[in-house]
Design a protein around this ligand. Structure first.
Ligand SMILES: [Zn+2]
Length: 216
């Protein structure tokens, strides 16, 4: 999860029905605000898009049509979150990076761990949700989806770490600048699974010294 700066709802857009919050105008603002990424798993350009209720409308009926409560998510995450995780870290108000570090393990099998950086009341629910999203929620479908998701994260992180190694090994200043820009792009919050890449840098003193300035 990464920090999202959600814009205000432009004047003239009224949300009073389900059709309203699934309208082209609302979707386009959400897509832009959330960098076209699911705010839970961070997959970019998800093929299944859901307008997600941060606090579920099952438990918070009065928030069903509230703009502040509408988030951009993929179907996999929306289904797992359901009405069970109403008190996770609100990435539109807090920076999840201050509270949680992501860790991707690739051996003996792909497995996602979350580490607590700073304590907060929402940490436990957030970490439990992320565990289910990335490692499966007990049903064969969710596990198959989670495995596919982790394959995509592994591919992305392989490219990222290779790019860092290339930058560190390269002596030609022009090529180094090219790698530097690639790394900058990959560490941008807009990038696919940025939270994982940023966590790799955040957890390493050496990488922070080198790339910390790109972690805006
Ligand atoms: Zn997702």
């Amino acid at each position: 999860m990464i920090k999202i700066n959600k814009s205000g709802l432009p004047q003239g857009i009224i949300i009073k029905t389900e059709k309203d919050y699934r309208s082209e105008k609302v979707l386009s603002i959400l897509q832009q605000d959330f960098f076209n990424k699911c705010y839970v798993c961070e997959e970019k350009e998800p093929t299944s898009i859901n307008v997600e209720h941060f606090r579920s409308y099952k438990n918070y009926k009065h928030l069903k049509y509230e703009w502040e409560n509408l988030f951009y998510a993929c179907a996999h995450c929306n289904k797992i979150k359901g009405s069970c995780y109403d008190h996770i870290i609100d990435c539109t108000r807090e920076d999840p990076e201050d509270y949680i570090t992501m860790r991707f393990n690739s051996y003996p099998e792909n497995y996602v761990e979350t580490l607590e950086r700073r304590n907060s009341a929402e940490n436990m629910e957030t970490r439990e949700l992320l565990d289910k999203v990335y490692n499966g929620a007990g049903t064969p479908i969710s596990e198959y989806e989670a495995k596919n998701l982790k394959k995509r994260i592994a591919k992305e992180l392989k490219e990222f770490t290779e790019c860092i190694e290339s930058y560190q090994d390269e002596r030609d200043s022009k090529l180094r600048a090219v790698y530097w820009n690639d790394i900058k792009e990959m560490l941008n919050r807009e990038s696919n699974f940025a939270g994982f890449k940023r966590s790799i840098v955040l957890q390493s003193k050496e990488l922070m010294q080198c790339f910390g300035e790109l972690m805006n």
